[in-house]
Design a protein. Structure first.
Length: 188
């Protein structure tokens, strides 16, 4: 990197129902590791430098605890966040239904109509599918979000998730030179 070139910082929150594979996705992206065992997450932060459109970005990824429809959105997972990764499992209709719930909580909290976001259908290596690709795409279209299906187990489309969310963030960056607004949330 040229001395004058500054690393752009971007912060992403990974949200979704319990056990959909958020941590597995993040760990595969950050460290290229895969764990079969399930360890519920409280909250973990990771950093990775990625290149997008020839520029280097220092990406902070927040792996959050699983949500349900009763969960209150943690302010830390909306304020100062540039892009959102919303994960459901293609093997769980309930987790798919949670995506709109979480999306709506974020836009309500931030007082905006849409957010830079990628919707992720995880665990496509499993044969017990409950949510079709068409349903995933339709949900993403409704919410003006990017969409992709992944398998953390087989490292399928994992890097693409973060490429897509970075793309959604940079799309909203006016000049694509400066920093885009971080979720446009204000603390009063
Ligand atoms: N077959 C398969 N299993 C997966 C995949 N991703 C995650 N799992 C499994 O699903 C279980 C839950 O994965 P986690 O990554 O811990 O899920 P999480 O969403 O972080 O869970 P919470 O911390 O409770 O929110 C674990 O047993 C993983 O091994 C995948 O791509 N394929």
């Amino acid at each position: 990197m040229a001395p004058s070139e500054t690393l752009k910082k971007r912060k992403f929150a990974v949200l979704g129902a319990r056990s959909v594979g958020k941590s597995s996705l993040v760990l595969q992206f950050i460290d290229n590791v895969w764990h079969e065992n399930y360890y519920p997450t409280i909250e973990e932060h990771f950093n990775k430098t990625v290149t997008y459109n020839g520029a280097k970005y220092d990406c902070e990824v927040i792996d959050t605890a699983g949500q349900d429809s009763e969960s209150i959105l943690n302010a830390k997972h909306a304020i100062g966040i540039h892009g959102f990764v919303l994960v459901y499992s293609v093997t769980s209709r309930t987790s798919f239904d949670m995506i709109q719930v979480v999306y709506d909580k974020i836009i309500d909290f931030c007082g905006v109509t849409d957010i830079p976001c990628v919707i992720v259908g995880s665990k496509v290596d499993l044969t017990t599918r409950q949510v079709s690709a068409e349903e995933g795409q339709a949900l993403a279209k409704t919410n003006k979000a990017a969409w992709v299906e992944t398998s953390a187990k087989n490292n399928l489309n994992v890097a693409k998730v973060f490429d897509l969310v970075l793309g959604e963030v940079e799309k909203n960056s006016p000049s694509q030179q400066g920093d885009p607004p971080a979720s446009r949330c204000l603390l009063m």
